[in-house]
Design a protein around this ligand. Structure first.
Ligand SMILES: Nc1ncnc2c1ncn2[C@@H]1O[C@H](COP(=O)(O)OP(=O)(O)OP(=O)(O)O)[C@@H](O)[C@H]1O
Length: 464
């Protein structure tokens, strides 16, 4: 075991000379063996070792004795020691968390505090290769997404340094042999046997079967974990190229927009990853309810032939596709609200969505654009009306014979279905449609000299 662990430590550059290491020691076999192992490196690496131990006060006097046991071991081995007792029961009541989770949070909070207090470079933990195999098998049972099946990292950033797990290179049996060879005593925590049902079943039935067929199974799982992490990090990096084509905004609330066609030019693996990175941006806390099924729903939306479609995701996230345009937002879809207002001359009219429209008398030269409309008033019966669309609406387009359905204009211009019901349309008093704002113009526009002229100007919410 010694050689395998040494190689593993250098491969992952876990420990450098003259570093300060905290060692998390519960008094159980794994962490006692780890502390002993690191003591053998102490001199040659000039390490400062500090054992940190937490009494969760869950087993009365026994758990306090564990702490005292670690303390006396440290005394014997010439290692600094810091212990603490935490009140898991009260924390559980205050937060509504389960016992294991509450104990874990308090334990890590203490470790973090000690990292800063000692300006430590790393916190060494006693997780071993069998723990890694169990973790990966559990993740595999729970998730269909490869990125969620990566096991524990050998090293990861933590507080002012990192967490390291040198024993991932060793099996539980190897640790047992090490303890025996070194004649080391340990404390057994019976509550360790009460781990959750799935993990226990894996430990009791699945893992022995795997190890019987392949005694190196724990090594395979460790290599799996490392490869999975490397590959995932490469894919995440590549997915940035997809994200460069996506528009992220957080002006009022978080909003993401992308082009279906562009998104689909990337390989599937990158599409999926980019989708998850988008969700990571949108959800403040990673949403546990998001599974591969949501991923599938999104992939179907990308490939759906229908021009308009939408998905409802947890926490009110709506993904809407209108032709090529896909938007992600938490915005409540605006109430389907019809309106019809008289547009008085020389007065601004505010529409329900905050946009504004104004009609003025006008003479002289004028130019039109998508949001400015000019027409000869002789052909128009006042007052003007601004309203939402009505069944069967048609407009006689300028300079063209015949008329066109407003519905077809929306379709031709790829206006998202959710915007159509509130799109402003200007008519005169007879109901003749003059302008489908921003899209198509009707009414006569003869020479300027024939005025007086009507000029309409529309400002959307962002410009007002
Ligand atoms: N009460 C504690 N105080 C300090 N460190 C702890 C404590 N509990 C767990 N740890 C650290 O977390 C690691 C994993 O703990 P876990 O309970 O999952 O495994 P374990 O098999 O019980 O480990 P051990 O044999 O060291 O108790 C331990 O090896 C140890 O480094």
């Amino acid at each position: 075991m010694d050689h395998a662990v040494q190689t593993f430590i250098s491969k992952h550059q876990m420990i450098q000379p003259h570093q300060t290491l905290l060692v998390a020691v519960s008094g159980g076999p794994d962490s006692v063996a780890l502390l002993h192992f690191l003591c053998t490196m102490k001199k040659s690496f000039s390490l400062r070792l500090i054992a940190v131990s937490v009494d969760h006060q869950l087993r009365g006097e026994e758990s306090e004795e564990d702490l005292r046991f670690v303390e006396s071991l440290c005394e014997e081995w010439g290692v600094e020691f810091v212990g603490t007792s935490v009140d898991v029961q009260t924390y559980k009541k205050d937060t509504g968390k389960g016992t294991q989770e509450a104990a874990r949070e308090l334990r890590y909070a203490f470790f973090e505090k000690m990292m800063y207090a000692y300006e430590a470079d790393a916190l060494a933990m006693g997780h071993h290769g069998d723990d890694q195999a169990e973790t990966i098998l559990m993740q595999l049972m729970r998730s269909a997404r490869p990125e969620a099946v990566q096991g524990m990292p050998a090293s990861r950033p933590f507080a002012c340094g990192k967490i390291i797990r040198p024993f991932l290179a060793a099996s539980k049996n190897q640790i047992a042999s090490y303890l025996e060879a070194q004649a080391l005593e340990v404390r057994m925590d019976p509550s360790n046997e009460e781990t959750e049902y799935t993990r226990n079943a894996i430990r009791q039935y699945l893992l022995p079967f795997m190890k019987e067929n392949n005694p190196q199974f724990h090594k395979h799982m460790q290599v799996w974990s490392e490869r999975a992490r490397e590959e995932r990090s490469y894919i995440n990096e590549q997915a940035q190229k997809v994200l460069e084509t996506v528009h992220f905004s957080s002006n009022v609330e978080k909003f993401v927009q992308l082009s279906k066609q562009t998104f689909k030019t990337f390989p599937l693996a990158l599409q999926r990853t980019a989708f998850h990175l988008i969700l990571n941006y949108l959800y403040v806390n990673q949403n546990e309810d998001i599974s591969y099924l949501h991923e599938e729903m999104f992939m179907n939306l990308l490939n759906d032939e229908k021009p308009n479609a939408s998905l409802d995701f947890p926490e009110g996230l709506k993904i809407i596709r209108a032709y090529d345009d896909i938007t992600f937002s938490f915005a409540k879809v605006q109430e389907w609200k019809e309106y019809s207002y008289i547009l008085e001359m020389e007065e601004e009219l505010q529409l329900p969505d905050g946009s504004q429209i104004r009609a003025d008398w006008f003479s002289g030269d004028g130019t039109e654009d998508a949001y400015t409309y000019l027409c000869d008033s002789h052909h128009v019966k006042l007052p003007l009306v601004v309203r939402t669309r009505q069944e069967g609406d048609r407009i006689r387009l300028r300079g063209m014979n015949g008329s066109k359905k407003v519905k077809d204009i929306f379709i031709d211009q790829k206006i998202p279905a959710r915007l159509r019901p509130t799109w402003p349309i200007v008519t005169d008093q007879t109901g003749k449609i003059l302008w489908v704002v921003g899209l198509k113009k009707g009414g006569e526009r003869t020479s300027l000299s024939s005025g007086p002229w009507l000029r309409l100007h529309y400002k959307n919410k962002a410009d007002t």
